[in-house]
Design a protein around this ligand. Sequence first.
Ligand code: AMP
Length: 328
Amino acid sequence: MNETVKRQILDKIKAYDTILLFRHKRMDGDCVGASKGLRGILKLTWPEKRVLLIDSQQSDYLAFTGPADQDVPDDVYRQALGIVVDTANSDRISNEKYSLCREVIKIDHHIPVEDYGALNWVEEKRSSACEMIADFYAGFRDELRIDRDAATWIYMGMVTDSGRFRFEGVNGETLRLAGLMLDQGVDIERLYANLYLENFDMLGFKAYVYEHMQRTENGVVYLYIDREMQRKFGLTFESASSAISYLEGIRECLCWLAFIEPAEGDPAIRVRVRSRFVATNTLSERFNGGGHALASGATVYSREEALRMIDEADALIKAYKANHEGWM
Ligand code: AMP
């Protein structure tokens, strides 16, 4: 069935002169890699087509990947095929004008919650949307072209969304496709430097996180990053959000949560939710969110609601530990 939809996607791409690419809000390495990588493949294969990636949102962390394309008049959208990558529901698409497109295709690896495309290629077992783009390229290699840049963006998304090939969903096929991308000449040392070097000042924040993080009785680690803390360390909302990664990897703490207070006047406190062994996306769903089993997000509107969420997480971990063996 996936083979059929992939072929249908290729046929649609061939049929359009203009193709617009879309991705999700609060961009990450996977949606940036998938959109830029696919744009590269399409432009190289069909230089005569107009292929654009239009997104006014920005990310400091991913600034090294370069800017998106300039916006175009609505008329261009109306003639175009839209391809949305890595986005489970239409509310999360960063450029709302995607809906003007004559037809829309969805390519995603999240739990399917909304078939907003005329064609929907969704494989929730894939470790990243970039893995799907690499698979698309591999499947039609005779017809498609790729270069080092496009392969670099695709490889970047595979690396970032899989936690450097550590997370659930990574299998032999993931590594074979990653290998195919590396074969195009990806400069791994430079890519990893761009992705993972830390600023000296951020290490002060990291130390602060380790001093102030808290743990519940049953092993939920959490930290509330208020505006004061963000001011003190000169953090953007994005860099404050990266604190979630500092909380992982603590023995017996199967779930970790970072609450990030937004700018003054915005009531929506972002919650980043991560876990190992135990699925926590249902927890996020109860707090205005969702996502993958082990990596999801939610929104709470007060410190009290944050505390309720921590309590529910603790109860979830308690129940899991009572009924399972082998967790660490
Ligand atoms: P993040 O912590 O933002 O990296 O999100 C982890 C995963 O959860 C991503 O795959 C997101 O698509 C998903 N996610 C995050 N926030 C939400 C939300 N409010 N609603 C639905 N899914 C979300």
